[in-house]
Design a protein around this ligand. Structure first.
Ligand SMILES: [Zn+2]
Length: 282
């Protein structure tokens, strides 16, 4: 498949089942946790939402979205009606979910204002949604905890990835050095021009010497921001070992024919989903 920058660093696996194309991350695959990141391919939606739109609020027919969820669930291997949705407001509130929460978001309302989900229970599939923002995935094979966080520029400046690691430590007794993590498909440094307000937010939470690692300053109050590198710094400073971390090289904007990109489509796009689900222990 003709992806731009696809797997130059072997950080992302392209999978296909019954026409549904989805991505996985090798260290999480090796650790044995069920997960996947959807693409635009394999769904029934049309036009700007084509074909695998996973949002009920971007102008698609509910029946299309339900069929898309059914297909991606079938491909990755969980029950769509069991999904628990985040509700993503670009903040850093995190939430533990359990079997009692199954269906929140797809069958009934979910808890508002949540940008990260975690569970230690089997068969509780979790959903977070994307179109340029950074998906962060976590799995602790010792305590058997799966977690995801939505890290756009606001979440990254507020270090939601580190907050999730501390959340796993406090709520489940995880140790950072055991956690396997992935930084998933999102907008790349070359595609992501930002303004002074964004740079200021990062100046508050990153060291001055780290600033050139994550920003190219172009003058005129314009910068190119590297959310992958910013999240790499955040996760490794919080204790994730480099050998436990996959960092994608797949950009949503560069690959906007295969992945939804808010920037490339000027907002006329669907949502992709990132999914994680613990299986019963054998
Ligand atoms: Zn790009």
């Amino acid at each position: 498949m003709d992806w731009i920058y696809a797997n130059n660093n072997h950080s992302t696996i392209v999978n296909e089942k019954d026409g549904v194309v989805y991505l996985t991350f090798p260290k999480l695959v090796k650790a044995g946790v069920r997960h996947g990141f959807s693409t635009r391919m394999g769904g029934v939606s049309e036009g700007n939402l084509g074909t695998m739109n996973l949002s009920f609020t971007r102008g698609d027919g509910d029946e299309n979205v339900r069929e898309n969820f059914r297909r991606i669930a079938d491909a990755i291997g969980f029950h769509a009606e069991d999904l628990v949705f985040s509700s993503q407001v670009h903040e850093t509130r995190l939430r533990k979910v359990t079997a009692a929460d199954r269906g929140e978001g797809i069958l009934r309302e979910t808890v508002p204002g949540i940008d990260g989900l975690a569970t230690d229970e089997a068969r509780v599939p979790m959903y977070t949604s994307y179109a340029d923002c950074v998906p962060l995935l976590f799995f602790d094979p010792e305590k058997r905890v799966a977690a995801m966080a939505h890290s756009g520029w606001r979440g990254t400046a507020a270090r939601i990835g580190a907050k999730m690691i501390h959340f796993m430590e406090e709520e489940y007794g995880s140790r950072a050095e055991n956690i396997i993590a992935a930084i998933g498909p999102s907008i790349c440094r070359k595609c992501y021009e930002v303004s002074e307000d964004v740079a200021q937010a990062f100046r508050k939470t990153f060291l001055p010497e780290q600033f050139p690692e994550i920003f190219d300053e172009k003058g005129g109050g314009k910068y190119q921001l590297d959310l992958w590198e910013a999240n790499r710094i955040i996760l490794t400073e919080a204790g994730i070992l480099p050998e436990h971390l996959d960092i994608t090289d797949l950009c949503t904007c560069c690959n906007h024919d295969k992945l939804f990109s808010h920037r490339a489509s000027h907002g006329r796009r669907g949502n992709m989903g990132c999914f994680m689900c613990l299986d019963e222990e054998e």
